[in-house]
Write a protein that binds this ligand. Structure first.
Ligand SMILES: Cc1ncc(COP(=O)(O)O)c(C=O)c1O
Length: 385
């Protein structure tokens, strides 16, 4: 039997075609009202923010780091277990990522480990926080809200108080999540989003930076537009980037945004069905939100019990062979050739352990109950056979 159960594909049953048709018929392909509307709607859904739409979530992080003053040869602390884009964006600035282990509970950066590491390995010198081993300045922390969970910013703010370190938040996977009933970006000063095809909403590729400070937003818009003066005279005082999102992509994004609440509800229902099944087996349990978080469950995670010694990579392979698209979680970045030369704050025991026993389950918003049942039964079958 061959199935067709993708991991997380877009759902375009709303106003996408109507909005794109309108943008095209007005000849507003590159710039236009959809961009402004998209920025306004996303930004105001999260609190008091200035939104700048860009060509990808990666571009959003890159510009957020630059606008936060991250410099060549600085160090930027981030999570050991995240998508490569997080570290790539740090490296584009000329800075170096430092990887911190994650928490068993929600796969986000382990604040306890970070706090210990700071006390033993850093010192304030001339107003900057310096890594005593590398002698580099730590200028920022890039918090990643993986899989829609919440990487606790309050905890991190407490750790870095008076250390002259900026916090930038990679919320690529977290739009639609809430913390203490507030949208996840609410308390952030700078927060980035991805609208890549597999995200909770998509613009067919794109991203956005949400900034509390208008000057920072203006700087990001300027850098995303080749650092061009506002006039017609093409004056460039800095090196810029071509990171603009098109009006056509923004039209898709806006139509998708209208469905965000519905998509989150669908993902949460899917999570519940997986939980009802797997938490009643003895192979493992679904990774669940903590009491203060309302997770978008962008990608529901099944954490297999350590004692089971199940080879998840074999299961993932077998399931993919029959058309059920399972995925492992992010491989600790340090294990990739591209990132192996960078620093870590520990042996990353939790990241390594969870990588070997956690599976991302299919959760497209169009997935049927019948398909969820098939995923459950087949996965259980391969786990015990
Ligand atoms: C955690 C994380 N950061 C950054 C990105 C980059 O976003 P994009 O693919 O839009 O560049 C992604 C997703 O793709 C992601 O999952």
């Amino acid at each position: 039997m061959h199935y067709n159960i993708p991991n997380s594909i877009p759902n375009i049953k709303g106003n996408e075609i109507a909005y794109v048709t309108e943008a095209l018929s007005k000849g507003m392909l590159t710039e236009g009202d959809y961009m402004k509307e998209f920025e306004k709607k996303i930004a105001s859904s999260q609190g008091k923010f200035h939104g700048v739409c860009v060509s990808s979530g990666t571009a959003a992080i890159h510009l957020a780091l630059l606008a936060s003053g991250v410099n060549h040869d600085d160090e930027v602390i981030t999570s050991a277990s995240t998508f490569a884009a997080t570290a790539n964006a740090i490296i584009y600035t000329g800075a170096r990522p430092v990887f911190v282990d994650i928490r068993l509970s929600d796969f986000c950066l382990n604040a306890k480990e970070l706090s210990n590491w700071f006390s033993k390995n850093t010192k304030m010198i001339n107003g900057f926080c310096i890594n005593l081993k590398t002698k580099r300045r730590i200028s920022a922390i890039l918090l990643v809200h993986v899989y829609g969970f919440y990487s606790n910013r309050e905890e991190i703010y407490n750790i870095i108080k008076s250390k002259n370190i900026k916090i930038i938040e990679d919320g690529a996977e977290a739009l639609g999540s809430f913390v203490n009933r507030k949208p996840i970006a609410y308390g952030a000063s700078i927060f980035t989003i991805s609208f890549n095809g597999n995200k909770i909403i998509t613009s067919g590729g794109g991203g956005m930076v949400l900034c509390k400070n208008k000057k920072v937003a203006d700087k990001i818009r300027y850098l995303a537009n080749q650092a061009k003066s506002k006039n017609y005279d093409f004056i460039h005082n800095e090196v810029g980037y071509n990171y603009r999102l098109s009006n056509v992509n923004a039209a898709i994004g806006l139509a998708q945004f209208e469905k965000l609440d519905e998509f989150v509800q669908k993902k949460r229902n899917t999570f519940k069905k997986y939980k009802n099944f797997f938490n009643n087996t003895n192979i493992g349990e679904m990774v669940e939100e903590s009491a203060e978080v309302h997770c978008n469950y962008w990608m529901p995670l099944l954490r297999i019990k350590k004692s089971k010694k199940i080879n998840i990579f074999e299961i993932i392979y077998k399931m993919n062979q029959i058309g059920i698209q399972l995925r492992p979680i992010w491989k600790p970045l340090i294990l990739n050739k591209a990132f192996k030369q960078f620093e870590t704050t520990s042996q990353l025991k939790i990241s390594n352990d969870l990588f070997k026993r956690t599976i991302c389950l299919p959760s497209s918003t169009s997935i049927s109950s019948k398909d969820i049942k098939i995923v459950c039964e087949k996965l259980l079958y391969y786990s015990i056979n």
